[in-house]
Design a protein around this ligand. Structure first.
Ligand SMILES: Cc1ncc(COP(=O)(O)O)c(C=O)c1O
Length: 356
């Protein structure tokens, strides 16, 4: 017998995570990476839970990716010891924490896209027994951080190689969806220039769930960083990257008001579902109710619309919502509920809110 989808033992709003779906998502992508000889380095920003990071490693991932030092500290405390920090680290306090983290894990690498960051890293690691390895972040079309040209990437690699305490280990990019060809072109140009200078470039790291099944088509890439795939969400359903059954995390909310024909109000607002639209209309997909739109959120209320002659819900009824962007939803919750068959286990989202 499977559990009722309404989870009467849980209070709402909350998030439930189907562990069978997590297993399927983790194992399927690991099998793909293994088949194509790509090192998988999952980004923990989606789940923020050490047990899931360990599951990803047990399945065959090479290490993990973290965005912030605070996330990496939580993972290191739990025994995760191969971490790539994909963020420019600046300032004495953060550099001191980075150094302390480096001294207690097996492998910690960082990225950088400018000389100020590289010089700060060098100062913080100048007296280290082994150098801190740095990947040069390249903007291959994502329009966020990253050096803008292959020549600039080479210049930064040379700068890194000239400084004490740090060494150049390769390239990193976070492309926009569909950006694979640009990544291959950019990385190829940098590698050719580095080759001419006799500088090795062993790691070429790209990432993203939207193009996860095309990672093997991207030239020169040795490693893929991917986060959302473990849970999936409505934005990926909209891109046909996954189906509804692949979405492991659902927000469970209760209908608290039916104030007018064609309108219901639930107890999950922007503090749970978040306001991220990711280009979509509405703030989530109500499972089993394609006729219903989540049209508005205030902090603690979600407003659903449907045709006025329909009565899809009763007061007190619970619904499941697949959020637009699942990574930000798991950052809103102290705990999530892991479901397998008839059992529910509640766990802390240990790295939530770790933005420092
Ligand atoms: C640097 C970096 N790498 C990898 C990822 C993983 O992306 P996705 O969640 O699309 O798999 C992200 C997502 O924000 C990122 O910022």
């Amino acid at each position: 017998m499977t559990r009722s989808p309404q989870y009467p033992e849980l209070d709402t709003p909350c998030a439930v995570i189907n562990l069978d779906t997590v297993d399927r998502n983790v194992n399927a992508y690991q099998a793909y990476c293994d088949k194509h000889g790509i090192a998988l380095r999952p980004h923990i920003k989606t789940h923020k839970i050490p047990a899931f990071a360990k599951q990803q490693l047990a399945a065959g991932a090479k290490g993990i990716t973290c965005q912030k030092i605070g996330e990496a500290e939580v993972m290191a405390d739990a025994g995760l010891d191969d971490i790539l920090l994909t963020y420019n680290v600046l300032g004495t306090r953060k550099l001191a924490r980075l150094r302390a983290l480096f001294d207690r894990v097996k492998t910690l690498r960082v990225v950088a896209d400018n000389t100020a960051v590289v010089e700060g890293l060098s100062r913080a690691f100048a007296d280290s027994d082994k150098p801190l390895e740095i990947l040069v972040e390249c903007d291959t079309g994502g329009g966020r951080c990253g050096v803008q040209t292959p020549k600039a990437a080479v210049a930064l690699a040379q700068k890194i190689e000239s400084l004490p305490g740090v060494s150049f280990a390769g390239l990193m990019t976070y492309p926009s969806a569909g950006g694979g060809p640009k990544v291959g072109g950019f990385f190829g140009d940098v590698m050719a220039l580095l080759d001419g200078l006799g500088i090795a470039c062993p790691i070429r790291s790209s990432g993203g769930t939207p193009d996860m099944w095309k990672a093997h088509e991207v030239a020169h890439v040795t490693e893929h960083r991917i986060g959302t795939y473990i849970y999936n969400d409505r934005s990926l359903m909209a891109r046909d990257v996954c189906g509804e059954d692949d979405c492991a995390l659902r927000v469970v909310a209760e209908v608290v008001s039916l104030p007018a024909p064609g309108r219901a109000v639930i107890d999950a607002g922007s503090k749970v579902l978040t306001s991220d639209l990711l280009g979509l209309e509405g703030f989530g997909y109500v499972v089993g109710h394609p006729e219903v739109d989540v049209v508005g959120l205030s902090e603690e209320h979600g407003v659903l619309h449907f045709e006025p002659d329909l009565t899809p819900f009763e007061i007190g009824e619970r619904i499941e919502i697949i959020p637009n962007h699942v990574c930000v939803v798991s950052n809103m919750l102290d705990q999530v509920h892991l479901v397998r068959g008839d059992t529910i286990k509640t766990v802390d989202v240990a790295a939530r809110g770790k933005v420092l």
